[in-house]
Design a protein around this ligand. Structure first.
Ligand SMILES: Cc1cc2nc3c(=O)[nH]c(=O)nc-3n(C[C@H](O)[C@H](O)[C@H](O)COP(=O)(O)OP(=O)(O)OC[C@H]3O[C@@H](n4cnc5c(N)ncnc54)[C@H](O)[C@@H]3O)c2cc1C
Length: 473
């Protein structure tokens, strides 16, 4: 029982945060039921045959530095429940027009060998973060609070609060290091001249060294399945094919309802229970940018010009810092980049279970204005051709998912936003409101990526929401 007298909990949605919340409550002896709209569990960690039989694609997330780094997931016996992490030889490759690629290697020193005159500057930036990784990540993957390691956090914060453009140009002299950093920062879905965009670049580069950018053998679904199996093994219940239209009928004095939903989803299922001023705040929550995603079934590996790209699970296609900034700034301002920055994953190079023998899969997306209906297929594939001439000849089948398709698939992907809503300075710490996981209504909580620490597969939003339920706050 929680301190507020809750004797049971219902979690709406089985994304990584919903499952994490349910596991944490069940571990404390609370009966938990998860209600999931889809026929399968996992939210953003599902996989499926999106193109042709035998080709297994990650429908949303594909690459998992944050899941490996997650302080909560690391306490669970997921690897004994079917989850196997694969670490590609290089986390990331970033090809350039001279036919070479910068790579993010597991070791800082190996990465530095890519960076010419910026080797020392890169080492100075990364080494303190990687040396203090465990402390740093436990503070970063949590809500705003007094950091348990203030010195480490402050050192990170002073740089992370900058815009990515500012940090990259102030710290690095050459194109290679600037491009590498810009590509990582662009995962923020922010324009690279916005405050805090640098923090994403710092965390993702440091994660590449500290824990690697792993993929899951068999697809991201295996992570969801392992979480689901563990939940059931400790008494939790999961009901799929059960879309919640309203929390009426679920709520009573002894039941806490945790919504693995965006503010828009919370308004839809629980709006009647919430006071007007809080509803207004939820309605003001922003989802400025969306993703335009393509999954490919391929006859051959992607024919990269730079051989180093074949060693990497993830490839960043966008050229220089200036080009990436132009692409990201365009999406943030409501335009479609002529040369979009593309994030591409090529899991079948390292996991034969993803495609029939000799065949391959790839997953890629770029950022577009929220809700955009513009077809970016040609522009995305042009960027791949730029660094891998002959790519289109390898395509056997493609499945295109514009923002509206992503949102139809999962209501949490509002306008195609993949991180539960913008993570700019206004929505970085106080997500979705200053109440974070709690709401003014007794028994209603929010546990999705729209709460701190935000987007990505790490389960920490769910974990912290469950802590609130247990504490009755
Ligand atoms: C294209 C794409 C690529 C991504 N790539 C990565 C990546 O490589 N690495 C990474 O770490 N992260 C990535 N992400 C982000 C990551 O997937 C999300 O941040 C994460 O899944 C958020 O988890 P969540 O539990 O908050 O919500 P979700 O995973 O969105 O889960 C929400 C669940 O709630 C269910 N639901 C919604 N409404 C209802 C309702 N009314 N009743 C019942 N159930 C409901 C949905 O069906 C869904 O299963 C990506 C996302 C997308 C879309």
């Amino acid at each position: 029982m929680s301190r507020a007298g809750f004797q049971r909990a219902i979690v709406v949605g089985s994304g990584p945060n919903g499952l994490a919340a349910a596991v944490e409550l069940a571990r404390h002896g609370m009966p938990v039921r998860v209600l999931e709209a889809h026929e399968t569990i996992g939210g953003g960690t599902r996989s499926g045959e999106l193109t042709l039989p035998g080709f297994v694609h990650d429908i949303c997330s594909a690459v998992h530095p944050l899941a490996v780094a997650s302080p909560f997931f690391s306490t669970l016996p997921l690897t004994s429940l079917g989850l196997e992490w694969i670490q590609p030889p290089a986390s990331l490759a970033h090809p350039l027009d001279d036919g070479t690629a910068v790579t993010l290697e597991r070791s800082i020193e190996d990465t530095c060998t890519n960076l010419g005159r910026d080797a020392g500057a890169y080492r100075d930036l990364m080494k303190p973060l990687v040396d203090d990784w465990q402390h740093l990540i436990s503070d970063l993957l949590g809500p705003l609070r007094i950091p348990s390691h203030p010195f480490t956090y402050a050192r990170f914060g002073l740089r992370g609060m900058l815009s990515a453009q500012r940090l990259a140009t102030a710290h690095f002299k050459g194109e290679r290091a600037r491009a590498l950093f810009a590509g990582n920062a662009a995962h923020s879905m922010l324009s690279l001249d916005q405050l805090f965009s640098a923090s994403f670049g710092l965390v993702l580069c440091a994660a590449g060294h500290a824990v690697g950018w792993a993929i899951s053998r068999g697809g991201s679904q295996k992570l969801a399945d392992a979480l689901g199996s563990y939940l059931r093994s400790i008494g939790g219940e999961i009901v799929t094919g059960s879309r919640v239209e309203s929390v009426d009928g679920l709520l009573d004095a002894a039941t806490a309802v945790l919504c693995d939903l965006t503010p828009r989803g919370v308004l839809s299922v629980a709006g009647d229970h919430l006071p007007e001023n809080y509803r207004r705040k939820l309605a003001r929550f922003r989802y400025d940018v969306g993703a335009f995603k393509i999954d490919w079934a391929l006859s051959d590996p992607i024919p990269w010009k730079a051989e180093a790209c074949a060693r990497a699970g993830t490839v960043h296609l966008g050229g220089t810092l200036e080009e990436i900034a132009t692409s990201e700034n365009a999406a943030s301002k409501g335009h479609h980049a002529e040369k979009p920055f593309v994030i591409l994953s090529q899991p079948s190079l390292f996991d034969a279970s993803r495609a029939p023998a000799g065949k391959h899969t790839a997953w890629g997306y770029c950022h577009v204005p929220a809700g955009s209906t513009f077809d970016m297929t040609a522009r995305i594939e042009d960027q791949i051709e730029r660094f891998a001439p002959g790519f289109r000849d390898c395509v056997i089948h493609r499945r295109v998912s514009p923002p509206a398709e992503l949102e139809r698939y999962n209501a949490n992907l509002v306008g195609g936003h993949i991180n539960g809503g913008s993570q700019d300075v206004r929505q970085f710490f106080l997500r979705p409101t200053s109440r974070l996981y709690s709401t003014p209504a007794r028994g209603i909580y929010i546990c999705s990526a729209s709460t701190p620490p935000g987007g990505g597969v790490h389960g920490m939003c769910g974990y912290f929401a469950a802590q609130r339920v247990l504490a009755g706050s």
